[in-house]
Design a protein around this ligand. Structure first.
Ligand SMILES: [Zn+2]
Length: 354
């Protein structure tokens, strides 16, 4: 079944992890034997080839770069200008993947329709479609830069990532969006960019939804009712998103799937984390909505973790193809399953871009 993955950090992996994503996952793993600089070395699960193998023909792919003020303990660039330049390097990588037919940027309805048609026809090597998104807006030096990004194909933006941000406060951060945040939201609305509310802390989330009138989704965010942490949505937040016609992508980071996960100590097998945990999150949202129209997939499988911190029944991203069958066993109809695997996010894009 065709799969839409609403969150991958492909360029970050290419440019900061130095991964050659045209290789199969197994070859990337082999190339990282003996490396210890990142916890997921030799354990990655994502490559363009394995996405193709798993029929993941379209994704939302990020640019990501944090600006860390002196008081911010999180790693990041020392100026917004450096962060901007980092995102430009990431974009250059996406463009180079387009040049060799590995990827294709999708920025409007016409291109979306043509791309979906291409993926219906049998062909040896199809390009992976990507919708460009910015995870954390610190690299937007001024609103003028957001317009520049729009011209480069940016179609979605999350104002914050982890900790304090220029325009909003992210996961574990404190406070709201301030004047800068409000100005950015106005510009996001003017450009008809999709606002990604993933990672916003509670105060920033509610302040944002109060003043923003454009399209809203959450690319990779699970449920607080199942794992109690501010990174996850409360039922109240989920209900608000359902009211706003949002789609929420389910993430596969193990700590967001299993309560009591301890980073670096817990193991997926030890805590029994499987794709069923993701389906529990899907089911929770469907029960709140009373339908299957608001949930999708946003794996985040290359977001700084690998098999050491993802469901134990997933070896590479292509194992997402196990999900339709698992949903069927949980009583979901063929139409429900299509909604979740791709239709909800595709419908969202059609509504937004028409
Ligand atoms: Zn994230």
């Amino acid at each position: 079944m065709f799969v839409f993955d609403a969150h991958l950090d492909l360029a970050m992996n290419a440019m900061e992890w130095n991964r050659e994503l045209t290789w199969p996952v197994t070859a990337i793993r082999t190339s990282e034997i003996g490396m210890t600089d990142k916890p997921d070395r030799n354990k990655n699960t994502v490559s363009l080839q394995d996405m193709r193998r798993g029929n993941i023909g379209l994704c939302v792919a990020t640019q990501i770069a944090r600006f860390s003020k002196k008081t911010n303990p999180l790693p990041g660039w020392k100026s917004p200008q450096q962060a901007w330049a980092q995102t430009q390097g990431q974009l250059a990588w996406y463009k180079s993947m387009e040049d060799i037919g590995e990827m294709v940027q999708i920025r409007n309805l016409e291109q979306l329709k043509a791309h979906l048609q291409l993926w219906e026809t049998p062909k040896e090597k199809k390009p992976i479609g990507y919708i460009l998104s910015l995870e954390g807006a610190d690299s937007i030096i001024s609103t003028h830069y957001l317009e520049k990004s729009y011209e480069q194909g940016l179609r979605a933006i999350g104002p914050a990532h982890y900790g304090p941000g220029t325009y909003a406060q992210g996961t574990n951060g404190e406070g709201g969006i301030g004047i800068k945040g409000k100005t950015l939201l106005k510009e996001i609305e003017r450009l008809n960019l999709i606002l990604d509310v993933t990672h916003l802390n509670d105060q920033s989330f509610w302040e944002t939804l109060k003043i923003f009138n454009g399209p809203v989704w959450a690319s990779h965010n699970n449920c607080r009712a199942l794992v109690d942490h501010n990174r996850q949505f409360s039922d109240l937040q989920i209900k608000e998103l359902i009211k706003r016609q949002a789609v929420i992508g389910m993430a596969l980071d193990a700590w967001m799937l299993a309560p009591n996960w301890i980073r670096g100590i817990s193991t997926p097998k030890g805590l029994g984390v499987t794709l069923h945990n993701m389906i529990d999150n899907m089911d929770h949202i469907c029960q709140l909505a009373g339908n299957t129209n608001h949930v999708g997939i946003g794996t985040d499988l290359d977001g700084g973790f690998g098999t050491e911190q993802c469901p134990s029944d997933l070896n590479t991203i292509s194992d997402i193809q196990k999900v339709p069958n698992m949903l069927q066993k949980r009583g979901y109809s063929p139409n429900d399953i299509e909604n979740i695997m791709h239709k909800n996010f595709l419908g969202f894009l059609e509504r937004t871009w028409k």
